[in-house]
Design a protein around this ligand. Sequence first.
Ligand code: GDD
Length: 363
Amino acid sequence: MANIALITGVTGQDGSYLSEFLLDKGYDVHGIIRRSSVDYRERIAHLEGHKNFHLHYGDLGDSMSILQVVSKVRPTEIYNLAAQSHVQVSFDSPEFTADVDATGVLRVLEAVRLCGLADTCKIYQASTSELYGKVEEVPQNEQTPFHPYSPYAVAKLYGFWIVKEYREAYNMFCCSGILFNHESERRGETFVTRKITLAAARIAQGKQEKLYLGNLSSLRDWGYAKDYVECMWLILQNKKPEDFVIATGVQHSVREFCYYAFKHAGIELEFQGEGLDEKGIDKATGKVLVEVSPDFYRPTDVVNLWGDPSKAKRELGWDPAKTSFEELVKIMVDHDMAKVAVERASEGIRTNLAEYLEKGIVK
Ligand code: GDD
C-alpha cells in the first residue's frame, strides 16, 4: 500500500521539515491549511510545485472539514501538529487554546474512526514537555508525573490522554511524542530562541538598540527541529504504539542561549544584576543591550525542563546528539545574520531608488 501522510499544521516549523522528510522517503504528503488573507505559507512555498505535495483547506476547530479531508485523502499516517502553540498566548486565549489543542485532537481521532480507517491509519500526536510543567522530577522521562502549569499545557494534557484512550479502547495505532523545545531557523519569531537570534543579528548590524526578555533563568532542553521530525516518523514505524520523550538530555538557561547567540554575532555580553534589574552589557562598549521586562513574564512559568531521551535512543535507534546546542545556536544566528544583511541591502536599494526618482534620473 502506498504511504499517504496527512499533516495538520503543515505551514509551521515542524510541518515544513516533516513534509520535506516524508517527500524524500517517497510519501504522498497532504497538508491541511487554513484560509487567510495574509500569506503564511513561506515555510512550504518551495514544496508547492512538488507532484506528491497536496494542500487542503480545513481547521482543527471544524470537525466537518477534518472529516472531509480524512475521507478524501484516506491517509495511512496522520501527524497532528496543528495547535495554538504559544504558552504565553494561552493565558490570553485559553478557550481557543482548549478548542484547538484539546478538542482538536479528539476531532482527528473521531474522523479516522468514522471514516473506517481505525485499523489502517496510524496517528502521531504532537505532545509536549510542558505537560511536566511545575516539574516533579529532574530530568523528566516517560514515567515522570505530569503537572501542567498553563492553559496550553492543560489542553495538551487532554490531547495526550485522549490519544491513550483511543489506543486502548479501539486498539488504534496512535501515539504521542513528548517533545522538548525544538528550534531552528524556521522557528516563529516570538519564541525565545528566535527572538534572541534575530535581535543579536539586528543589534550586531545596527538595526536594533536593545532586546527585552522575560525570565532569563528559565531552563530548557533545546534541540534542532530538523532532527526531531525524524523521530515523529520513527514513532509511527515502531512495532507497538507507544509514547516517547524526545529531547537532547542537555539543559541550558535563557541567559546562556542569549550569551552564545550574541557571541556568535560578534558581541560578548556580561550579565549584571538580578531579576527585573538584570542587564546584559556589551563587554567591549559598556552599552546595555539586554534588559528584563515584566511584559514577558508569565502568570505561572515552567522553569526546569530537562528531558531524558534514553527510551527513544534505545527503542527507536534515534540519535539525540546529532546537533549540539552550540551548533543549533550557530545555525540560527548565521541564518539571521544573513537575513538582516539582505534586509539592509534591500533598504539600500529602496533609498537609492527614492533618490533617483526625486532627481528625475528614474521616471
Ligand atoms: N517567548 C518568550 N519571550 N519566552 C521568554 C522570554 C521572551 O521574551 N523571556 C524569557 N522567556 C522564557 C519563557 O518564560 C519560558 O520559560 C522560556 O523562555 C521558553 O519560552 P518559549 O520559547 O516561548 O517556549 P516554551 O518553552 O514556553 O514553549 C515551547 O516549547 C514547548 C515544548 O516544551 C513551544 O514551542 C510549545 O508549543 C512547546 O510545547
